[in-house]
Every structure is written in structure tokens, then in C-alpha cells.
Ligand binder design. Structure first.
Ligand SMILES: [Zn+2]
Length: 307
């Protein structure tokens, strides 16, 4: 079977069963097939069964995922993630710059950025959130493609977290982000992995939670390498981050369901840090961030370098 990202013929079924449909605890009524490419590691399914543009523009997506599409509720659910996002980006690169967040939701992260950035561009399909951000003074677009008319080659920093796994065509997503970047500009594109340790230990109990109708893709370092090669991006690298601690793993082992950031008395900070840092170093973490720099010579990160 043909891989939808790298084009090789090395793809096969990696999971067949019910998968998550919206909120935790909701599952598809039918079994779904997930395919995995043996070469680049991309995992995908073909069964979203909805018009994704209409879905993300309306309030349906947030309502299905979080039970609300209210702006204040968005802050309550997502403000806590901003510190993690600064861990991926650092704090030094935003001051005086033009910054875009692709798929920014109600703009929880951008609210911090706007204090130091010269200009903030909020790209978000949801009309409810866009309206709120327009009122707060942001430059607002529904899609990166629309932003390109005015901002091609003019964006210094792009951030996009937990978005690329939702889009119909990740290759186009990457190409549009790259086209927005200024020379020397930098993009951070973060996405959940297939959390290989969790899959290995927990099998189907975890996979039916991990795989979701809303995520047609689970991308890997190899997926980004294949896509970058196709659109001529050479200045890129992938960094590994573990978002969930040892307590989450223990809770899963005991209960076969998600415990979020559950803690246990016997799990000390040292144990938790060792768990996180080992998974990151072994490239078996639950999250990756692809960093792209438009001027290859300026790239000093880890990962692949072609010059
Ligand atoms: Zn592939």
C-alpha cells in the first residue's frame, strides 16, 4: 500500500478497532483501520467522514472535543499549556518580530506573545474565536493561504501546536507555513506522536484512545523529513518532548484509561524527570516539534543538516 506522505509502497495496517470520536470516552461505532508507513513512520486513517473546513469553522469541533466553544472556557482549558509552548520556542525570539500562530484557537498563547512582538497574526478557522481576537486587535485570518496574500515572506516566527494532525494535507500546510516565513524566519510545528512506549505496553487499550477521528495523521520525524524534502526545505530538525509524566503511565497501567497529570506519592521529582528525559533522549516521547529555519546557514538546532 502506498504511503500518503513519502509515496513509498511500504504501508500496512497498524491498528484495526474502534477509535476516539471527539471527547475522551466517545468511540466510533465501527472499527477503523489505521495505516503505518514502514519507511517514514507516518500513521493515518481515511475515515474522518466530514467536511473538515466547515467542521473547524463552526463551533462543532470544540463542542465535540471540549463540550464548549466559549472563549473564556478556552482560556480555562488552555492557559496552562502556554508554559509548555515556551519550552519549545524559548522566550528570546519574539521581541520586535512579526509572529503568526496557525490554528491558535482563541489565542491563549498569542496573548503572551503580543506583549513583546511588533505584530501578531492570528490564523484560526473558528469564526467565534476569530471574532474575539479581532476585537482584541489582532490581525486575523481563517487560513494560512489567506494570510499569504499579504504576508508572504514577511513572518519572522511561526508557531503551530496540535494543528497539523488535523489538516487534510500536511504537505500543503508545511508549504504554506514556509512561504509565510521571512528569510531567516523560524517555524515551530508541534504534534503528538504515537507514544511508542504507551502503545507497546498498553496495546489496544491505549490505541483506541490515541487514534481519533479528528486526527487523520500521526506524524513522525520521518514524515517531516519526507515532506521537507518534497518542498525543498533543508533547514529543519525535529526535537522530542515528553508531555506526560510517570504518574500518567502508572495510572494507565492501573486503570487502562487516561489520568492526565496524575501524581503518586512514591513518584519523586527525580524519578519523573528521569522518565521524561529518557523518553526524549530515546526518541520515544509523546510529542515532537519540527523546527524550520528559512535561512539554512542560520540554523543551529539539533537534527538533520544538509550542509
Ligand atoms: Zn512514508
Amino acid at each position: 500500500m502506498r504511503c500518503k506522505i513519502c509515496g513509498c509502497e511500504d504501508a500496512a495496517v497498524t491498528y484495526e478497532g474502534k477509535i476516539r470520536d471527539g471527547r475522551v470516552g466517545n468511540y466510533t461505532s465501527e472499527k477503523m483501520k489505521l495505516f503505518r508507513c514502514g519507511r517514514c513512520g507516518t500513521i493515518w486513517h481515511d475515515n474522518s467522514g466530514r467536511d473538515s473546513r466547515e467542521y473547524y469553522q463552526s463551533e462543532a469541533y470544540r463542542n465535540e472535543l471540549e463540550g464548549t466553544s466559549d472563549v473564556d472556557a478556552f482560556y480555562r482549558l488552555h492557559d496552562g499549556e502556554s508554559l509548555e509552548k515556551f519550552r519549545y520556542t524559548g522566550t528570546e525570539i519574539f521581541r520586535g518580530k512579526t509572529v503568526a500562530d496557525i490554528g491558535c484557537g482563541a489565542g491563549a498563547f498569542l496573548d503572551y506573545i503580543q506583549a513583546v512582538a511588533a505584530r501578531v497574526i492570528a490564523i484560526e478557522p473558528s469564526e467565534t474565536y476569530r471574532e474575539s481576537m479581532r476585537k482584541r486587535g489582532y490581525t486575523v485570518f481563517g487560513y494560512a493561504q489567506e494570510a499569504l496574500e499579504e504576508y508572504r515572506g514577511k513572518v519572522d516566527v511561526i508557531v503551530s501546536f496540535d494543528v497539523i494532525e488535523h489538516v487534510e494535507d500536511p504537505q500543503t500546510f508545511l508549504e504554506e507555513a514556509y512561504a509565510l516565513l521571512s528569510n531567516g524566519g523560524k517555524a515551530f510545528i508541534g504534534t503528538p506522536t504515537d507514544a511508542p512506549v504507551m502503545r507497546e505496553v498498553l496495546g489496544g487499550a491505549y490505541e483506541s484512545f490515541l487514534f481519533s477521528t479528528q486526527h487523520p495523521w500521526v506524524l513522525s520525524e520521518g514524515s517531516f523529513a519526507a515532506m521537507a524534502e518534497r518542498c525543498g526545505i533543508t533547514g529543519f530538525g525535529v526535537r522530542y518532548y515528553q508531555r506526560y509524566g510517570l504518574g500518567n503511565f502508572v495510572y494507565w497501567l492501573l486503570n487502562r484509561q487516561p489520568g492526565r497529570h496524575k501524581g503518586y506519592d512514591f513518584i519523586t521529582k527525580t524519578m519523573d524527570r528521569a522518565w521524561i528525559s529518557e523518553l526524549e533522549q530515546q526518541k520515544k516521547s509523546d510529542y515532537i516539534v519540527c523546527e524550520i529555519v528559512k535561512d539554512v546557514c542560520a540554523y543551529e538546532g539539533s537534527g538533520e543538516k544538509d550542509r
